[in-house]
Each structure stands twice: as C-alpha cells, then as structure tokens.
Design a binder for this molecule. Structure first.
Ligand code: HEC
Ligand code: HEC
Length: 251
C-alpha cells in the first residue's frame, strides 16, 4: 500500500516536471524588448508597435522616426542603437550642430533610458528594434522572397516582424504565438515535412494525432490558419528558405 502511494506521488511529480518543461516560456530577446517598449512608453512617440512615429512639431524631419526601415538612417550598427536608447543620442551624432539645432526645436526628445533600464534590458530593446527594422536582411534570393511572402500572406501579423516576435496569445499553452527563431520551434517543427503541414493545414500530423495537444491548441485565442488554398509549392519553398536562414543566422 505504501509502495502504491509512493508510486502515485512519483507519477504526479513526473507530470508536474513535464508540464513545467513544456509550459515554461522561452521568450526571444526581441519579444522581451517589445514588451519593455510597451511598458516604457516607446510607442507613445514611435507609434503603435514602433512602426509609425508621431508628429514632432518644430523639427525639420517633422516626425519621430519609426523603427521600420527609416530607423537606420542615422543608425550605424548595434553600438549606435545602444547609445540612442541608453543615452538619448550616440556620441558621434551629439557633436553635430545641425542635430543640436533640430533637437532643441522639436517638441519631442528621445529620453536617455540608461537611467532606468539595465544593460540587459537595453540589449533586449536593441534586439526588438533590429527585428522591426529587418536587421539583418536575409541572404539569398529565395530567403528574401520568403520574407516578402510572409508579409504578403499575413504571417508576420501573428508571428511578428520577420517571424521574430512572440506576441501574446491568451489561452495558449505558453501564452504567446511561437516565433520562428525561438527555442520552442524545434519542439514543434521537427523537419521540413512538419513545416509544410503547419503551413498547409494549420497543424502538423504529429500534433493532430495527439488528443491532449489538440485540446490545448483549441483553447488559444489565435490559431494557426490553414493556407492550403493560399500557397503554392514555390511559396512554401521560399518561406522555408527564409525560416531556415533565420534559424542559422546569429542575430
Ligand atoms: C518622448 C518621445 C520619445 C520616447 C518616449 C522614445 N523616443 Fe526614441 N526617439 C524620439 C525622437 C524624437 C527621436 C529622434 C531623435 C533625434 O534625432 O534627436 C528618437 C530616436 C530613437 C532612435 C534612433 C532612431 C533613428 O532613426 O534615428 C531609437 C533607436 C529610439 N528612439 C528608440 C527608442 C526606444 C527603444 C524607446 C523606449 C525605451 C524610445 N525610443 C522612446 C522620441 C522618443
Ligand atoms: C492568425 C495568426 C497566425 C497567422 C496569420 C499565422 N500563424 Fe503560424 N501559428 C500561429 C499560432 C497561434 C501557432 C501555434 C500553434 C497553434 O496554437 O495552433 C502557429 C504555429 C506556426 C508554426 C509552428 C512552429 C512555430 O513554432 O512557429 C509555423 C511553422 C507557422 N505557424 C508558420 C506560419 C506561416 C508560414 C504563416 C503564414 C503563411 C503563419 N504561420 C501565419 C498563428 C498564426
């Protein structure tokens, strides 16, 4: 009898450990950065999601820069980005008379967040701004076409810029939509065949055959759509080329 009780306790412990492993969130740095950006008011000036800066009255450039594309006009790599966020301006740029004039005349000024954020938090914000700006850009025509497809098919609405964020998904196991470069990905997608299944049917065969997984997926607010009637073979080839490039490239 005592043995039975012990065995039962052991079984419960096993389930708990598995659960903790499965349900433990693995947010990518860019998503941690996005959540910090939300919390620290970046979107108040850089616009919703940091994508469209608001008007900046009195300045020649007229608007606060967004993080998409035009962000890189005055940013030369991660060091610059870090200094913008930490100090409110990179050292190099602070010496420019034109910049000083412009800054003094604008209604809105970039704050120096180094006073309130840790170095690690600044790094997460750098990762978020880079993801939004599409940095680094995919190498090779097929991978670049895949990123274009991901935008055109709406994938990046749920999977975030470049498939690199983990936006909230209430009711889902981990609480977010898995990113394509995150640590959860290899658990969910074992190989190219499973990738195809996710994109075409909104679920892999392996998950479909698992009733526990299916009931968990069904409870999430956002579900992976089926693109069966919306993608061609070459589309999936390019999407895979992009995801594969993303996973192999340090960023
Ligand atoms: C009060 C408004 C305001 C807030 C809040 C704000 N910014 Fe800015 N930010 C600006 C302005 C204005 C500029 C342009 C600065 C300049 O040229 O002097 C800027 C520039 C930048 C740049 C350089 C981009 C470029 O293209 O020149 C980055 C990166 C940046 N901000 C990131 C952030 C992050 C991350 C946060 C939140 C932690 C944030 N900003 C919060 C107003 C703001
Ligand atoms: C409406 C939101 C939504 C859109 C749009 C969407 N997905 Fe998903 N995707 C999800 C969710 C949520 C999951 C997690 C599985 C689930 O809960 O069904 C997922 C899972 C995946 C997975 C499984 C692996 C992982 O960790 O990411 C892949 C691969 C994937 N999506 C690729 C794509 C591609 C490619 C597109 C565009 C053709 C796309 N998704 C569009 C919501 C979306």
């Amino acid at each position: 009898m005592r043995l039975l009780v012990r065995l039962a306790a052991l079984a419960v412990a096993c389930v708990l450990v598995t659960w903790a492993f499965v349900a433990r969130p693995n947010l990518p740095a860019a998503e941690r950065g996005r959540r910090l950006a939300e919390r620290w008011g970046c979107f108040g000036c850089h616009g919703p999601g940091g994508l469209r800066g608001v008007a900046n009255h009195g300045r020649l450039d007229r608007t606060v820069p967004g993080f998409e594309g035009d962000v890189m006009m005055y940013v030369k790599g991660d060091d610059d980005l870090r200094e913008w966020i930490r100090d409110g301006v990179p050292k190099r740029r602070a010496e420019s008379k034109t910049w000083q004039f412009d800054r003094d005349h604008g209604a809105l000024r970039m704050p120096a967040f180094g006073r309130v954020l840790s170095a690690g938090q600044v790094e997460d914000l750098v990762a978020f701004v880079n993801a939004s700006a599409g940095n680094p850009a995919p190498e090779g025509e097929l991978a670049a076409a895949g990123l274009g497809k991901a935008d055109a098919l709406g994938c990046t609405g749920c999977h975030g810029a470049g498939g690199r964020l983990a936006l909230r998904n209430p009711g889902s196991l981990k609480g977010y939509v898995p990113s394509w470069d995150g640590r959860d990905f290899p658990e969910v997608v074992h190989d190219r065949a499973e990738f195809n299944q996710w994109v075409m049917y909104g679920v892999s065969n392996r998950f479909r055959e698992n009733p526990v997984a299916m009931s968990l997926l069904g409870r999430a607010a956002l579900q992976m759509p089926s693109y069966l009637y919306h993608v061609s073979r070459p589309d999936i080839d390019s999407l895979w080329a992009y995801v594969d490039w993303l996973r192999r490239t340090p960023h």
